[in-house]
Design a protein around this ligand. Structure first.
Ligand code: NAD
Ligand code: DAU
Length: 334
């Protein structure tokens, strides 16, 4: 893509802020972040970025008037904003409908009015789950079968994008990525929760048996994949993003404990998540062969060690949220 001004929704969240850092480091694009600054948004995740390259607008993607003005100034929009946590969606689904469905609808209508290029960020969870012993992985042709309020609203948002492409000619692409790890991830999520538990002297908490498998990718590799799709993706297409990182949760907890100098079995099994998806696995052949993308972070243990270092060095970033998150989990026996 030639020099462009990008509107990045949800750019103060985990993956969105990693993307903004990636864009500043690897392109000459300028960025406006549109973020509602929910509990998951953190302005500190955008600190130290050059003011002449990045600005932050605090607002809701479901605010049609605000969105319209920002689309008028953008060459392309990358849409990360979402309610993103499965456990929260089991507790209170409503915000997931407002942001993930109505918010995405609002952006699509603006893209239609302004004929703006839109890239929609989605998740592998729209495909439901796989059995542990199933040799299959998700592809772009896997039928949608979401399990949770979160993943069903993400599935709904993907279908809206597809319909706006087909019916109104909106210039959009979609990517469905597997589980991200790296800096700036909220402490409610699995890996940061366990790392910050160990730092605080709390035993890590594994849902159920811990046999559930997630397909881990570093957030920076997710960002490079999204830039590749923005540059070379074909309109109306969906691309799966993954880095061959399947690990069961028990293995990840044991690795965190080992890397942090604790006994590998110093964790607790806690109440399982309702409807807990068993396994996700991505086949990213289309993205790799058609667009030439490859991941850079191939060593999960090294990426995890660097992530542990980041949480050790940035306690002021995560500490304000930690007690509230643990109180919420404790109220559910997790
Ligand atoms: P996050 O919860 O860390 O960040 C979401 C951001 O969106 C926050 O900054 C929040 O303030 C903002 N936001 C929420 N509602 C908004 C609204 N109505 N208007 C404007 N901003 C709003 O989420 P994340 O983990 O960074 O996920 C980002 C995107 O990537 C989501 O669309 C998610 O579905 C997708 N995704 C996440 C993963 C993962 O492993 N975390 C994997 C694949 C896809
Ligand atoms: O697959 C992509 C999805 O990955 C994204 O769409 C979601 O936005 C993102 O939150 C993530 O969803 P998961 O539900 O897989 O992530 P989470 O970090 O919540 O949990 C990862 C696994 O760890 C899951 O099997 C549940 C388990 N878990 C989680 C927590 C918080 C535990 O065992 N203990 C915990 O304390």
């Amino acid at each position: 893509m030639t020099l462009a001004h990008l509107l990045v929704t949800g750019g103060a969240g985990f993956i969105g802020s990693n993307f903004v850092h990636h864009v500043v480091a690897h392109t000459d694009h300028t960025v406006t972040v549109l973020d509602k600054m929910t509990y998951a948004g953190n302005q500190a995740s955008l600190a130290d970025l050059p003011e002449n390259r990045v600005d932050l607008v605090v607002g809701d993607i479901a605010d049609a008037e605000l969105v319209d003005g920002l689309f008028a100034k953008a060459d392309a929009v990358v849409h990360y904003a979402a309610e993103s946590h499965n456990d929260n969606s089991l507790h209170d689904p409503r915000p997931f409908l407002d942001t993930n469905i109505i918010g995405t609808y609002t952006l699509l209508e603006a893209a239609r009015r302004h004929d703006t290029r839109l890239h929609h960020i989605s998740t592998d969870e729209v495909y439901g789950d796989l059995e542990l012993d199933d040799p299959a992985r998700f592809t772009e042709d896997t039928p949608y079968n979401p399990s949770s309020p979160y993943s069903s609203t993400k599935a709904g948002s993907d279908l809206l994008v597809r319909a706006w492409v087909r019916s109104f000619g909106v210039r959009a692409t979609i990517s469905n990525c597997s589980n991200n790890y790296g800096p700036y991830q909220h402490v409610e999520k699995f890996i940061p929760r366990q790392i910050t538990n160990v730092i605080r002297g709390i035993r890590p908490k594994l849902y159920g048996t811990g046999e559930n498998v997630r397909d881990w990718i570093h957030a920076d590799d997710h960002s490079s994949a999204v830039l590749t799709i923005l540059d070379k993706g074909r309109m109306g297409e969906t691309y799966l993003i993954g880095a061959d990182g399947e690990k069961d949760n028990k293995t990840v907890v044991e690795l965190i404990l080992e890397l942090m100098g604790e006994p590998r079995d110093a964790y607790d099994h806690v109440t399982d998540r309702a409807g807990h998806d068993l396994r996700y696995a991505i086949d990213s052949t289309k993205l790799r062969t058609e667009l030439g993308w490859t991941p850079s972070y191939r060593d999960f243990e090294a990426g995890l060690a660097a992530t542990i270092d980041w949480y050790r060095e940035n306690e002021s970033w995560w500490a304000p949220a930690k007690d509230g998150v643990e109180a919420f989990y404790a109220s559910k026996g997790q």
